[in-house]
Structure formats: structure tokens, C-alpha cells
Design a binder for this molecule. Structure first.
Ligand SMILES: Cc1cc2nc3c(=O)[nH]c(=O)nc-3n(C[C@H](O)[C@H](O)[C@H](O)COP(=O)(O)OP(=O)(O)OC[C@H]3O[C@@H](n4cnc5c(N)ncnc54)[C@H](O)[C@@H]3O)c2cc1C
Length: 397
């Protein structure tokens, strides 16, 4: 049996390993348009490779069909993935629930897969080979590259989404699945910085602080970065898919920032009132980055009074716990870490990642309409789906 895996990212590497382990007689070809495997994997977790997360909840994954990804994740939970990592000699370390390779080098995860593939002996990596089209003939699948064609009994599509297109996953591979009748749910950037309408806060660009960011019932707490164009940082990333989705639907999203994530307005009011009676107008000193505090004080005309009134302190505490920003855009696929939307999962079997539309075709990873929160969930999704697809494709039928 010949199995073609298209895409040597997290999902494709795992699919190739899984197929090779489950069927030692199968010949497996692993294609990538890049000369080497795992270009995006090397960038993950700022080069440290956040490959999973101890905190597991289905609410950390998103897509149109919760039942689908729930079945995939519950049939192959994190504990299963960790046992596969162990077989691949990927030792792990955990920091605040975030799982990394022990040496905190994403490259070593990629290299562990390559070492395993070499030792298995029945996988051939074909780099710098972009699959342009696939057809299904009487003899099986025919994969076309520029000038060459390859034949395969089974095909695993693991071509990624449209985010960070310079890594190779630029959205051009959706058409490979679509050519077999699979529907595409409009892809949009997620885990992405947000561009906002001009605001006095942005004068203080490049400030970083802890804050919570809310949008339509979704709240995330973590680092917030103020930039010259808007906001970034983990807290923004976590809610960005919901904002991004509404932007493509023509809505005008407004996000709310609480600069005191542990407190509400009343609590902040009490604290600022106490500070005002002892320290006058510098009531935000040490609470927020200096430039930002000055900008907020100035925009509320508090710099012209020695002791702010209780009324203006109330207005200030309301503002600091519910600071509204008007989002006009995202920084696009170029700056997004994952793609929301993708190939519709209603035509995919969650037990095998097999296509209901074409026997012998499997689809996994970010190419599908499933995305995860920041924190290791996207690699978990890619690795898990890759494993299932590889095992199923390797089975004789
Ligand atoms: C900067 C950055 C940091 C990230 N950090 C994390 C993190 O720490 N933790 C986490 O969980 N997630 C992280 N992610 C997200 C995560 O990297 C992706 O969700 C995951 O890599 C997707 O895996 P994949 O195999 O589905 O796709 P990809 O890794 O994108 O791999 C797809 C491969 O297919 C190849 N390909 C595409 N089309 C073709 C074709 N037609 N022919 C041949 N080859 C093709 C591409 O070249 C690519 O190598 C990060 C993403 C970015 C951009």
C-alpha cells in the first residue's frame, strides 16, 4: 500500500509516523512544498514549542461542529498524546500548565519526528514538492506537482490553514479538499493582534501589562500590549477569533479592557479615593505604566486639579475597568497564529479523520474548521488528528 501525506507540519509528521508504525509494509511519501519539514513548528511558542496544555476543556477548541472535535479529543485525550511523545523520546516540562519539550526548543520536537521517521525506514520525505492537484483514477489517487505525478492508494491532507503564509501554509491547499466536494467554511485569522480606532492609549505604544480583555461574553486575562495600531498580547489573542469572525460578517466590534483584572469598578474606586486623599493627582503612580497613566489622567482632565473629586474618581475607576476600544481590523493572516474556519468537518469521520466523500482520503490539522486557544491546543489538535488519520490510512481495507 502507498500512502501520500501532503504537508510535513505537526499534523503531517505525526500522520506519517503513525501510518509507518501501524503498517510496516506500507510505503509512505511525505510531501512538503518547503525544502525541509516543520517550518511553522519551529516558530511555535517563540521557538520553545508549546506542544500541549495540562488544562483540558472542550471550550479551548472552536469550530462550527463541537460534536466533531469533542469526539476526536475525547477518544484520544492529552494522556494519549503524551504517551506518543514518550515513544518519540520527547521529554516534557510543564510551566503554569503549558507543556513544552524539556529543553524548551521547538526544533528538538521536529527533530524527534525526523529521527523516528528515519528509524522506521518506510517513509520517504519529498521536500520542495508542492502538490498542485489530486485526482482519483481507477488505480487510485494521482498527485500532481509541477512536472511530476505520483500515485497513491491513500492520501492524507495535512496542509495547514492560511496563517503565517511564509511558512508554506498559505490557504492554497483548501482547493485540494474542495476538488473532492469538501465545503470550505470561510477562513479568518485567529490568535491575532487587533487594529483599533485611534485612542489616547496608543500614544503610549509598546507598553505591556496584565489586563483582562472582554468581548461578547468572552473574557481573557493575561498580557496586554499597546501598540501604535491597537492591541496585542495573549489576552487579546484569546478573544480575537470572536472579534475576527464578527469583522468578516461586517460588524463593528467593541472590546472592553479591565486594567485591574482582579477588581471591579467599586474596588478600584475605593483604592483610588484613598490614594487621592494622600497623593493628589498622581493616583495612578505605580499602578499602571507611567506614560499610560499620564495619558489617561490627561485625557480625563485630572492633570489640572490637585485633588480629584469623588465624582471624577468614579468616572476614572469605571473607565479603567471598562475601557472601550473600537476594533476596525485584525493584523491579518500574516500576523495570526491560527486560522479559524477551514474545511467543513461535517463530511469527516471523527473516528478516522476519513472523508465521507472520497474513500481513502483523510484530512487533519489546521486545514479543518477547528482552532484552539493560545496555550498548546493547536499543536495538540494537529498532532492528535495526524495520529488518527495515519493509523486509519495504514489499515488494510
Ligand atoms: C508564530 C506562531 C506560533 C505558534 N505557537 C504555537 C504554540 O506554541 N502552540 C500551539 O499549540 N500552536 C502554536 N501555533 C499554531 C500551530 O503552529 C499550528 O496550528 C500547527 O502548526 C498546525 O499544524 P498543521 O500540521 O495542521 O499545519 P502546518 O504546521 O501549517 O503544516 C502544513 C504544511 O503543509 C505544507 N503544504 C501546504 N500546502 C502544500 C501543498 N500543496 N503541497 C505540499 N505541501 C504543502 C506547508 O508547507 C506546511 O509545512 C503557532 C503558530 C504560529 C504562526
Amino acid at each position: 500500500m502507498t500512502i501520500a501525506v501532503i504537508g510535513a507540519g505537526a499534523a503531517g509528521l505525526m500522520a506519517a509516523v503513525s501510518a509507518a508504525i501501524h503498517n510496516k509494509d506500507a510505503k509512505i511519501f511525505l510531501f512538503d512544498k518547503n525544502p525541509s519539514a516543520g517550518k511553522k513548528l519551529l516558530r511555535t511558542g517563540s521557538g520553545r514549542g508549546n506542544i500541549g496544555n495540562e488544562h483540558q476543556s472542550i471550550s479551548c477548541f472552536h469550530g462550527n461542529d463541537e460534536d466533531f472535535y469533542n469526539k476526536v479529543i475525547t477518544s484520544h485525550p492529552l494522556s494519549f498524546l503524551l504517551s506518543v511523545f514518550d515513544e518519540l523520546n520527547i521529554d516534557i516540562t510543564v510551566k503554569d500548565g503549558y507543556i513544552y519539550p524539556r529543553n524548551q526548543q521547538a526544533k528538538s520536537v521536529r527533530d524527534a519526528f525526523i529521527t523516528k521517521l528515519e528509524s522506521l525506514g518506510n517513509v520517504r520525505f519529498l521536500g520542495s514538492k508542492e502538490i498542485i492537484s489530486i485526482s482519483y483514477e481507477k488505480t487510485g489517487f494521482v498527485l500532481n506537482t509541477d512536472g511530476w505525478h505520483y500515485e497513491a492508494d491513500k492520501v492524507i491532507l495535512a496542509c495547514g490553514g492560511a496563517s503565517a503564509p511564509d511558512t508554506g501554509s498559505d490557504g492554497s491547499a483548501y482547493k485540494l479538499a474542495q476538488s473532492f466536494g469538501h465545503k470550505l467554511i470561510t477562513p479568518y485569522p485567529a490568535l491575532v493582534p487587533l487594529v483599533c480606532k485611534k485612542d489616547p492609549l496608543f500614544k503610549t505604544s509598546k507598553e505591556r501589562m496584565s489586563a483582562s480583555v472582554s468581548y461578547k461574553g468572552h473574557t481573557a486575562t493575561g498580557e496586554l500590549q499597546l501598540t501604535e495600531y491597537g492591541v496585542s498580547g495573549i489576552a487579546v489573542f484569546q478573544i480575537s477569533r470572536f472579534v475576527s469572525m464578527d469583522l468578516i460578517n461586517g460588524e463593528k466590534p467593541v472590546i472592553s479592557i479591565n486594567f485591574f483584572p482582579e477588581s471591579d469598578s467599586d474596588h478600584v474606586y475605593d483604592m483610588l479615593l484613598k490614594r487621592a486623599s494622600s497623593g493628589g493627582r498622581y493616583i495612578l503612580n505605580t499602578l499602571l505604566p507611567e506614560e499610560m497613566a499620564k495619558s489617561i489622567i490627561k485625557s480625563n482632565s485630572l492633570d489640572s486639579v490637585d485633588i480629584p473629586s469623588a465624582e471624577s474618581i468614579r468616572a476614572l475607576s469605571d473607565l479603567l475597568t471598562d475601557y472601550r476600544l473600537y476594533v476596525t481590523d485584525t493584523k491579518g493572516f500574516e500576523r495570526s497564529q491560527v486560522t479559524a474556519g477551514g474545511i467543513d468537518t461535517s463530511d469527516i469521520d471523527p473516528q478516522t479523520m476519513g472523508s465521507f466523500l472520497r474513500k481513502g482520503l483523510y484530512i487533519c490539522g489546521e486545514l479543518l474548521d477547528v482552532d484552539g486557544d493560545c496555550g498548546g491546543y493547536n499543536l495538540q489538535w494537529a498532532f492528535t488528528g495526524g495520529y488518527i488519520a495515519g493509523e486509519a490510512a495504514a489499515a488494510d481495507d
